[in-house]
Write a protein that binds this ligand. Structure first.
Ligand SMILES: CCCCCCCC/C=C\C=C\CC(=O)SCCNC(=O)CCNC(=O)[C@H](O)C(C)(C)COP(=O)(O)OP(=O)(O)OC[C@H]1O[C@@H](n2cnc3c(N)ncnc32)[C@H](O)[C@@H]1OP(=O)(O)O
Length: 717
């Protein structure tokens, strides 16, 4: 796990634990043994620690967090490095993260390739740096940078890290040779002045000010998350306690937060994100399928979704045609893209160079004939089957035979679109979530005819453009929207039965959702929901009135349309489920008029309003969706619960500290969830989303925890 060699007078400790050189027990032992050997060998005058393969150690082995752990721990190993009288150089390439950065900070010098990145991403997996990182980083960078890096977990590019003082020199060429060269220069120099433990924390007397600002920031930005709060406490102690006591304090905090349910859920989410990359579909999987190279793209439609998708593609440095039917729409689209790209540069999401390059990569056109040679086209027009079919038929005629045709549909079965072409195996769904340039989920959908190579291409494209792609089978609503539907439906029923919209929102925000369901409705516009309902009613041959309570035998609430018909369209009209400071305003406040409308509505329908507990609100919103999630698994729409959880984490901003709805169900206990679903089914027999899933029934009756068949190692942490 650590290869030891001596090159002239320099000992090289080369960590060899693919794929990311995680600091597993064997690596820690290898480092400790290597240090001992190098210290004893009188020929050795300096030591280099580096990583073999793609990276310097990228942190502790997260899988080890579930067990009791085994000595040597990282702190004593690090102490051995720091105490060495022979200079120790960390030679960094790839990603030097978490425990990896802690090892580097124990070394006396740090050199790095320009392409390397350093950081403390522990906060993202619900913990804090546990090997003195919270005490050593502030001694190098000062408190503000240390608070920021440790609470955000961001990866810092080598050149920026050099400015912070983390890296001593940026080197070129082979990293090991560069490390050895640097170490030879340091031979004979005293290591004492390079030991961070003895350095004071700069500006320590102002710690209160920095810590208060950091705490206020994390409470606002990472509401509900425990780890950032612990990170602030640990870093703060670096300025208030002597080094050894600060390390002790860090250990205590690490032990508390490391054992929390949040940490386990976030670590599950980390592995789940990797598991969904290992997809399967009939006839192929991520190992066997071959993505076709995508060097050129086109987006059809310059509306909100089309422009957002084009921004994702351009930000990844890919050329993109933007197709519209007339000059005005095209110009509006171009303006939107320009503004979004400028915004991304301002926010630091992309570099100014990438922003500038985008202008030359974007090719506006009104002619499909320009698309002859493109490798992949994404149709992003509004949800209308006939229009989508027409576009696919046109594309099929003009594009080269190998071009992949994608539809950014949120619900239409891909088979029904693909029939318009002679290449159904090259047709696939790519469902982006609004705003497309921001939301990380990409729900890719295969039809009965999609080939595995086509699926592999859009899965790869998803990663290239910085999304977290999942692959699901086509069905009405696919995974994400189908499973999320009961969430909205049940929230509507709850207000009809007695809860107030702001009560439901508050409960769900306390649960961890960034915005309650009624604030979301106000944001998207009540007319949008109302139009969708009207379309469904039309298809079913139902005439909607204020008194309609059922559609095709299924319970239905008309309240949203009642408000929409009053001109209460949400934020845009200044009134919806809430009232706002102005049309287009953002500050929601309680509106007594809504209570009156609700009371009248209930009176008309003969519904007696009652008090509804927070527990019932959570159960009805979450368990109804979880039940649907199990049906989605039963039908093979998703292969694994991880796909479902990832779709909620990145498509609906479900709190990572709960892992995702399926992980959450497992934590609650599948037996309990199933029993409550049966209870609600008995009480609300006219809602088909309460018909219990057979898969859930089986798991619950046989007492099989979901973690047994989840693929993520995190499920068992
Ligand atoms: C009670 C027991 C106590 C135990 C010890 C306590 C000691 C406390 C002292 C120190 C504590 C330190 C805390 C840490 O260091 S926590 C870890 C911090 N590091 C991270 O969080 C980095 C996580 N990894 C990543 O961000 C990425 O993987 C990255 C390194 C950027 C590489 O990205 P990419 O190239 O896209 O590759 P993948 O993400 O697909 O990863 C490739 C495979 O490697 C697996 N992996 C990655 N990191 C880890 C890890 N830290 N531990 C275990 N496994 C890891 C990943 O799952 C992929 O595996 P697979 O291909 O099987 O899916």
């Amino acid at each position: 796990m650590v290869d030891y060699s001596v090159n002239s007078s320099v000992a090289l400790l080369l960590v060899n634990n693919p794929p990311v050189n995680a600091l597993s027990h064997a690596v820690r032992k290898g480092l400790a043994d290597g240090m001992l050997k190098a210290t004893k060998d009188t020929k050795v005058k300096a030591i280099v620690i580096a990583g073999k393969g793609r990276t310097f150690p990228a942190g502790a082995d997260i899988r080890e967090f579930s067990g009791p752990g085994k000595e040597p721990w990282l702190v004593p190993v690090g102490n051995g490095i720091e105490a060495s009288g022979k200079p120790v150089v960390a030679a960094i390439h790839g990603t030097c993260l978490g425990g990896g950065l802690e090892v580097a900070l124990f070394c006396h010098y740090r050199v790095a390739l320009k392409s390397a990145r350093v950081g403390f991403p522990e906060v993202a997996i619900g913990i804090l740096p546990g090997a003195a990182g919270t005490q050593r980083l502030p001694r190098v960078t000062g408190l503000p940078v240390a608070f920021d890096m440790i609470t955000s977990g961001r990866h810092v590019p080598a050149e920026q890290a050099k400015k912070y003082g983390i890296i001593d020199e940026i080197v070129t060429g082979d990293i090991v040779n560069a490390g050895i060269r640097y170490a030879m220069i340091m031979v004979g120099k005293s290591t004492i002045p390079r030991r961070l433990r003895a350095k004071p924390v700069p500006d320590a007397e102002n710690v209160q000010k920095y810590a208060d600002a950091a705490m206020a920031h994390v409470k606002r930005k990472y509401k509900g998350y425990e780890a950032p709060v612990y990170c602030v406490k640990a870093v703060r102690a670096s300025a208030e306690k002597p080094y050894d006591l600060g390390v002790e304090n860090e250990k205590t905090l690490f032990n508390v937060v490391g054992k929390s349910g949040q940490a386990r859920a976030q670590q599950y989410a980390f592995f789940a994100e990797r598991v969904v990359g290992k997809w399967e579909m009939p006839g192929g999987n991520s190992q066997t399928a071959k993505p076709i190279p995508v060097r050129s793209t086109a987006v059809i439609g310059a509306g909100t979704m089309g422009t957002g998708i084009a921004v994702c593609i351009l930000s990844a440095g890919l050329p993109c045609y933007l197709v519209e039917q007339n000059q005005k729409f095209l110009e509006n689209g171009l303006k939107t893209i320009k503004a979004l790209m400028e915004g991304s540069v301002k926010l630091g999401k992309i570099s100014p160079e990438v922003g500038q390059r985008a202008a030359s990569l974007l090719k506006p056109t009104m002619s499909y004939d320009d698309l002859t040679g493109v490798d992949l086209v994404i149709e992003a027009v509004y949800e209308n089957l006939e229009l989508k079919k027409e576009i696919f038929a046109k594309l099929d005629k003009v594009c080269k035979p190998s071009t992949i045709l994608c539809s950014n549909t949120s619900s239409i079965d891909i088979d029904r679109i693909a029939v318009a072409t002679k290449r159904p195996e090259k047709c696939v769904g790519v469902h982006f979530f609004a705003p497309a340039y921001h939301m990380k989920l990409l729900e890719n959908i295969y039809s009965t005819k999609t080939s595995p190579d086509t699926a592999a291409t859009v899965m790869k494209l998803g990663k290239t453009i910085g999304k977290v792609p999942i692959l699901v089978k086509s069905c009405q609503g696919f995974l994400a929207n189908r499973m999320n539907t009961p969430y909205g439906t049940e929230s509507g029923f709850l207000v009809e039965e007695g809860a107030l919209p702001w009560e439901v929102d508050q409960v769900m925000e306390d649960f961890g959702m960034p915005m309650g369901p009624f604030k979301v409705r106000d944001l998207s516009g009540l007319d949008v929901g109302s139009k969708i309902t009207a379309e469904i009613a039309k298809t079913l041959g139902v005439t909607l009135t204020d008194e309609t309570r059922f559609m095709a035998g299924n319970r239905y609430s008309h309240m949203n349309t009642v408000l929409a018909n009053m001109g209460r369209l949400g934020r845009k009209s200044g009134k919806g489920w809430y009232k706002y400071e102005k049309a287009g305003g953002k500050i929601a406040s309680i509106d007594d008029d809504v209570i009156t409308v609700l009371n009248n509505h209930c009176k008309k329908l003969g519904i007696e309003r009652r008090t509804i507990s927070s527990q019932e609100i959570i159960e009805r919103l979450m368990y109804s969706c979880i039940n649907e999630g199990f049906k989605i698994l039963e039908e093979g729409i998703a292969k694994r619960p991880e796909e479902i959880d990832i779709s909620w984490l990145y498509g609906f901003t479900f709190p990572k500290y709960l892992g995702g709805p399926m992980y959450y169900a497992n934590q609650v206990g599948l037996g309990r969830v199933y029993d409550r679903i049966c209870y609600y089914h008995e009480n609300f027999p006219f809602s088909k989303h309460w018909v219990p899933s057979q898969l859930l029934r089986r798991l619950s009756e046989q007492n099989i925890p979901m973690s047994q068949w989840m693929a993520s190692p995190g499920a068992r942490l």
